[in-house]
Design a protein around this ligand. Structure first.
Ligand SMILES: Nc1ncnc2c1ncn2[C@@H]1O[C@H](COP(=O)(O)OP(=O)(O)OP(=O)(O)O)[C@@H](O)[C@H]1O
Ligand SMILES: O=C(O)[C@H](O)[C@@H](O)[C@H](O)[C@H](O)CO
Length: 164
């Protein structure tokens, strides 16, 4: 989880390759109307996000029920969104928040090519973001280091706390 440009796709790809876990790109589950809205520079509303979050929750539940580990990229900006994502899989979902400063992330978004998400939406993403609560199952990592280092930190933390 994390705002646009925090590195979700990049880090998730490394994690999935290293752990050999299924990977689902949350962006690929958006209805076209959501993608068109973001591409035109408008932030999504809660109403736009609920059906998308339910689709991601279905993916997580299916993996939980099958006993298959997996990784999903999803901004998961609000606590209420995260509650939907883990519904039916409570206690089995670990949120990994890729956290960083506006300056660092906006620099990366401005340099990124060929992506529908305009960098101008970063401020709305940051103002919507609700930090992980002390009662949430989560790992918070800084996005400063190179992606491979971030992925190694996450795996080490999962090994330490989850015995993967
Ligand atoms: N740790 C890192 N160090 C340097 N560059 C990074 C790092 N992580 C990601 N990047 C670069 O920053 C940009 C944003 O990363 P990425 O597309 O993975 O973010 P994202 O969170 O998936 O974004 P979105 O939610 O908009 O899809 C990419 O160009 C990527 O190569
Ligand atoms: O909740 C949201 O506003 C969306 O998930 C966005 O974060 C985009 O999907 C993503 O960042 C673009 O790649």
């Amino acid at each position: 989880m994390g705002v646009s440009g925090s590195g979700k796709s990049t880090v998730a790809g490394i994690l999935a390759g290293a752990l050999k876990w299924d990977l689902q790109e949350g962006d690929d589950l958006h209805p076209d109307s959501n993608v068109e809205k973001m591409a035109s520079g408008q932030p999504l509303t809660d109403a736009d996000r609920w059906p998308w979050l339910e689709t991601i929750a279905d993916w997580i539940r299916a993996h939980t029920e099958a006993g298959e580990p997996g990784i999903v990229t999803c901004s998961a900006l609000k606590r209420s969104y995260r509650d939907v994502l883990e519904r039916g899989s409570e206690g089995r979902v670990v949120f990994v928040h890729l956290a960083g400063t506006r300056e660092r992330i906006s620099g990366r978004l401005n340099a990124r090519m060929n992506h529908f998400m305009p960098s101008g939406l970063l401020d709305t993403q940051l103002s919507t973001l609700e930090s992980i609560g002390s009662d949430e199952e989560a790992i918070v990592v800084d996005v400063g280091p190179p992606p491979a280092e971030i992925a190694a930190t996450i795996i080490a933390e999962l090994e330490r706390t989850r015995g993967i």
